[in-house]
Design a protein around this ligand. Structure first.
Ligand code: ZN
Ligand code: ZN
Length: 295
């Protein structure tokens, strides 16, 4: 199977339009790679593709990814999408891909994520035909065209901004996608509030895993004057004794492990930082836009 990182940044991207933090400034100056908002593409054959989350940057991501470009006057190799949660930077691509005509996307998400998506007025057309939107639950298995098998991995998570529903057990999920021919698999877990045994188990079983790389420290947004702890935004910080790096590092290392969905404040974006050295010394890599893996 082929796994492609379409966007490696958290909401806002790098650089973010209203930010001149060191990471955004470096990307703006051309001293560090630009990063679009988090999304992955998966395919068994390189012809038919599935997105894991669809960011508002999806149009530019398609232009940067020849296999996702149309082959006919109108059409798309994108069969559909799987959503991990209802954050706007993961759903917003659906509002961009509006000219689909009779082309129906096949969509998978939890029931809560579907309800939250339909609740957003600007996205209300999401639920209208022709999309085929399937609600799945943590623990479920389902097939994509018979070529890929998906397992819905429960994660501990919240989606801020939806009073009353944000903390439901299926507000956030991860997906383990395997190739039915080769048996190899990839784990996509760009959002979680805590590392749980279920997440560790899925990581141990995967040939490549993408983890929530949003924030190194809980109070990181203070550096840009924003008083929102990482945990209040539903993201487990990576660093420190209670961070996700410590918890994830215990997993047996079977394949490559990446941090993805990086916020522009994250010191991991600077290869000269001690945080980058710590993560890479422990066997983790930092995802970049355009990274393609054949597993
Ligand atoms: Zn996000
Ligand atoms: Zn910034």
């Amino acid at each position: 199977m082929i796994v492609r990182v379409l966007g490696s940044a958290a909401g806002g991207g790098v650089p973010q339009w209203n930010c001149a933090c060191p990471n955004c400034s470096a990307a703006r100056a051309g001293d560090a790679p630009r990063r679009s908002q988090s999304s992955f593409a998966v395919s068994a054959d390189g012809l038919r593709w599935w997105l894991v989350n669809a960011s508002p940057d999806i149009a530019q991501q398609i232009e940067a990814t020849p296999p996702l470009q149309p082959h006919a006057a109108r059409g798309t190799p994108i069969a559909g999408m799987l959503f991990t949660d209802a954050n706007v930077d993961h759903l917003g691509g659906l509002a961009v891909l509006r000219q689909q005509g009779d082309h129906a996307f096949v969509i998978y998400s939890s029931a809560t994520v579907r309800a939250l998506a339909l609740q957003q007025r600007s996205f209300s057309s999401f639920g209208e035909p022709p999309h085929h939107w399937h609600s799945v639950s943590p623990g479920d298995h389902f097939s994509l065209d018979g070529a890929l098998e998906v397992r819905v991995v429960p994660v501990d998570g919240t989606t801020p901004g939806y009073a009353g529903r944000e903390a439901l057990p299926d507000a956030v999920v991860a997906y383990a996608i395997s190739d039915t021919q080769s048996g190899t698999s990839a784990l996509f877990a760009p959002v979680y509030a805590n590392v749980t045994p279920a997440l560790l188990g899925a990581a141990a079983d995967s040939n490549v895993a993408f983890f929530d790389g949003s924030f190194w420290s809980d109070d990181e947004l203070r550096t840009v004057g924003v008083n929102k702890p990482a945990r209040s935004l539903g993201h487990a910080p990576i660093g420190g004794p209670t961070g996700s790096l410590e918890a994830l590092a215990v997993t047996p290392r079977r394949g490559r492990r990446f941090f993805a969905h990086l916020n522009n404040t994250n010191p991991l974006l600077d290869p000269a930082s001690p945080e980058f050295a710590e993560a890479t010394d422990r066997g983790f890599e930092i995802a970049e836009d355009g990274l393609e893996l054949h597993i």
